[in-house]
Design a protein around this ligand. Structure first.
Ligand SMILES: C[S@@+](CC[C@H](N)C(=O)[O-])C[C@H]1O[C@@H](n2cnc3c(N)ncnc32)[C@H](O)[C@@H]1O
Length: 274
C-alpha cells in the first residue's frame, strides 16, 4: 500500500485540518501579534510579498479584477484575498479549516474590507454552475486527495470565459529534487525509511502539531491534463530563493537566479480560461 493509499480521503482531510488549524499558513511570520489585526497582517504581508515571493503582485495581478466576482479556494487567512478585495473584486473565500477562516474574517473587518467566507471542501463546492468570473487557488489543490475533482469543480463554478489561477507545487524544481529528495532524502537518509510521498508530507509544510498533510507535486504534462476541460491553459514557473542553492548562489547574479527560478522554481502557476 502506498503512502497516499494509507489513509482514506476523509482521513487526509482531517489531517489537513490538524495541520492548518494549528499552523494557519504564514501565521508563524507574525508571531507575537494578535491574529487578525492590522499589525499582524502587516508582518504577514511583508514576509510574503517582500521577503518570500516578491514576484506575486505582478504575476497574479491582484488589481486586475475590479468589479469581478472572485472565489478563492483554500483562502487560509485571506492574505491574497485581501489584495484582490483592495483591487475592487467582489470576493468570496472558502477553506476546509475553521481557524484560518476565522482569522480571515477578523482581518477583513480590521482592514474595513468586504468579503464572504465559508467553510467548504474544494472537491464539493456549494455554488451553482457559472457563479464566478475568476477562481483563484494558491498552494491548496495539491493537498486535497482528489485534485482532478477539485479542478473540475473550479471549471463548473466559473462562468464561460472565466479565468482560473491555480498554483501547484512543481515536480521538476530545484526545491523538489535538491532540498527534498537529495538533502532530506539522501543525505539525511530519510528515503531509506520512507517513500518520496511520505517525505513530502513530513517536510514541506511548517508543522508544530506533528501533522503530516498530503503533499503532491506535478510536472507540466500532468498539470495540462488536470486542466484539459479548459479552452486554454498557460503555465509559468516561479519561486527560488538563494538559500535553496547554497553551493552556487554566490556565483550567480540576481538576473541569473531569476532566470533559474522561472525554469526550476517550486511553484507552477497555471492560468486557464473556461
Ligand atoms: C498552504 S495553505 C495555503 C493558504 C492560502 N492559499 C495561502 O496561500 O496563504 C493550504 C490551505 O488549503 C486548505 N485546504 C486544503 N485542502 C482543502 C480542501 N479540500 N478544501 C478547501 N480547503 C482546503 C487548508 O485548510 C489550508 O488553509
Amino acid at each position: 500500500m502506498s503512502w497516499i493509499e494509507s489513509r482514506t480521503d476523509e482521513e487526509w482531510k482531517i489531517e489537513t485540518q490538524k495541520q492548518w488549524g494549528n499552523d494557519p499558513c504564514c501565521a508563524v511570520y507574525a508571531e507575537g501579534e494578535e491574529p487578525g489585526t492590522v499589525p499582524f497582517y502587516d508582518r504577514v504581508r511583508k514576509f510574503r510579498y517582500t521577503d518570500y515571493a516578491p514576484w506575486m503582485h505582478e504575476a497574479i495581478g491582484f488589481d486586475r479584477y475590479n468589479g469581478k466576482k472572485l472565489l478563492e479556494i483554500g483562502c487560509g487567512m485571506g492574505i491574497d484575498l485581501m489584495e484582490f478585495a483592495k483591487g475592487g473584486a467582489a470576493v468570496t473565500g472558502i477553506d476546509l479549516t475553521r481557524e484560518p477562516l476565522e482569522i480571515a474574517g477578523k482581518g477583513f473587518e480590521s482592514h474595513s474590507l468586504k468579503g464572504e467566507f465559508h467553510r467548504m471542501d474544494s472537491e464539493k463546492l456549494e455554488f451553482p454552475d457559472g457563479s464566478f468570473d475568476v477562481v483563484y487557488s494558491f498552494g491548496v489543490l495539491h493537498h486535497t486527495p482528489n485534485t482532478q475533482k477539485a479542478i473540475d469543480e473550479v471549471h463548473r463554478v466559473l462562468k464561460p470565459g472565466g479565468e482560473a489561477i491555480v498554483m501547484l507545487y512543481y515536480k521538476n524544481s530545484i526545491h523538489y529534487w535538491w532540498a527534498q529528495m537529495f538533502i532530506h532524502g539522501v543525505l539525511r537518509l530519510k528515503l531509506f525509511r520512507m517513500s518520496p510521498d511520505e517525505l513530502l508530507s513530513s517536510n514541506v509544510e511548517v508543522s508544530h502539531s506533528g501533522a503530516k498533510p498530503l503533499v503532491k507535486v506535478y510536472n507540466k504534462k500532468q498539470a495540462r491534463e488536470l486542466f484539459k476541460n479548459f479552452s486554454s491553459t498557460s503555465l509559468e514557473v516561479y519561486q527560488l530563493q538563494r538559500y535553496e542553492i547554497p553551493l552556487i548562489s554566490s556565483l550567480l547574479s540576481d538576473a541569473q537566479v531569476e532566470s533559474l527560478s522561472r525554469k526550476f522554481g517550486w511553484f507552477l502557476l497555471i492560468k486557464a480560461v473556461k
